[in-house]
Write a protein that binds this ligand. Structure first.
Ligand SMILES: C[S@@+](CC[C@H](N)C(=O)[O-])C[C@H]1O[C@@H](n2cnc3c(N)ncnc32)[C@H](O)[C@@H]1O
Length: 346
């Protein structure tokens, strides 16, 4: 990958050694104040001169090696640089692996617009997301018996759990409202050569006629982001084979005082009613985040599943009891919501 490096100051001095790898080559530097000479053995161009170079033929990407990133991007835009040529902030994260990634892999990882998960996408190569892959969600013996099974990963995002299920020999389908080319999912799938279908749809549309039937459903980190978690559980029941398993993980009230201010103020009250199935309606409140809707206690989470055609086989609490985990087996369809009474009233 041929690079233009914007900056010749102290940040550039610090970064240039890391930019000279087998997969990257510096073509020239850009500097508004100090052009015309050379820096680190390469010509220094004024921004106007560099804007005349052609991406794809003269260079491939531009790296900002300066603390003034915003000013540089504003100036680049006004000079007509293609902003898509600027490498994202995680360029330096992946560069540390440059010796272990070939150019095609590096380019693929850098093209991901946004990383959510931090996970081992290739052996020894971690992604720079904000949420760690949690290996303990797939430690239970029942999660290990998936070879040859049809597994559905709802809320797959960048696909760390899809990848792990595929590594264990499962035939995996991913489901998420995030388009797989906006997340790291496509990169994960291509770089690992795994054959996992992806449906960019809501779990509310999950339908056995269109999406198939599954032996196992992963439902990690999703139910509390849903306005209607019970509708999602109904749909999960419909796509599971009889006797199929759902693995569930998410926010619960038990240890919510460790992650949420309101729950911290009400920790005693929450503990006093732990045996009573209840969910706290938290839209915009829980952890000050718009994406959270309902946080149940474990009794409620269990009840959501047992009232929806499942038998719970295993339960656990993780992360200071702020996250609940359960494994439930489909034992029948979701019962009717309300009986239709027989006989007309006279
Ligand atoms: C907190 S992330 C969890 C990601 C991953 N499963 C994990 O546990 O790390 C929530 C995921 O659920 C997805 N999601 C939210 N609402 C959804 C819906 N209605 N249908 C399908 N996926 C949804 C989000 O796009 C996101 O990928």
């Amino acid at each position: 990958m041929r690079l233009l490096v914007w900056g010749t100051g102290s940040r550039a001095k610090e970064l240039v050694p890391t930019l000279r790898t087998g997969a990257t080559e510096i073509v020239a530097f850009i500097d508004s104040f100090d052009s015309g000479g050379s820096f680190s053995g390469k010509p220094v161009l004024a921004p106007g001169q560099a804007a005349a170079l052609k991406v794809g033929s003269d260079y491939d990407k531009i790296v900002v090696a300066s603390c003034f990133e915003k000013e540089i991007l504003d100036s680049a835009e006004s000079l007509g640089f293609p902003l898509s040529a600027f490498l994202p902030e995680w360029f330096f994260h992946f560069l540390r692996y440059a010796g272990r990634l070939n150019e095609e892999q590096l380019v693929r990882l850098l093209a991901v617009p946004w990383w959510y998960h931090a996970f081992e996408i290739l052996p020894g190569i971690m992604t720079p997301g904000i949420c760690s892959y949690k290996p303990y969600l797939l430690d239970h013996p029942l999660t290990r018996e998936v070879s040859g099974k049809k597994v559905l990963d709802i809320g797959a995002w960048d696909g760390p759990y899809t990848l792990e299920m595929a590594r264990r020999g499962a035939r995996v389908t991913a489901f998420d409202i995030q388009p797989p080319d906006h997340s790291g999912f496509d990169a994960m799938r291509d770089l690992n050569g795994i054959d996992a279908a992806h449906f960019c749809e809501s779990v509310y549309n999950l339908d056995p006629q269109r999406h198939g039937r599954f032996d196992v459903v992963l439902f990690f980190g999703v139910y509390y982001h849903l306005r209607s978690p019970l509708l999602a559980i109904t749909n999960i029941n419909a796509v599971l084979e009889d006797g199929g398993l759902v693995f569930v993980e998410g926010a619960v009230l038990e240890g919510a005082s460790t992650v949420d201010a309101f729950c911290a103020d009400n920790a005693d009250r929450i503990a006093n009613v732990a045996a009573m199935p209840m969910a706290y309606y938290v839209k915009d409140i829980f952890q000050d985040h718009w994406s959270n809707w309902w946080v149940p206690n474990m009794a409620c989470l269990r009840h959501w599943f047992t009232s929806s055609g499942f038998a719970v086989e295993h339960e656990a609490l993780f992360e200071n009891d702020s996250r609940g985990y359960l494994i439930a087996r489909k034992v029948g369809p979701v019962p009717p919501e309300h009986a239709v009474l027989e006989g007309a009233r006279s």
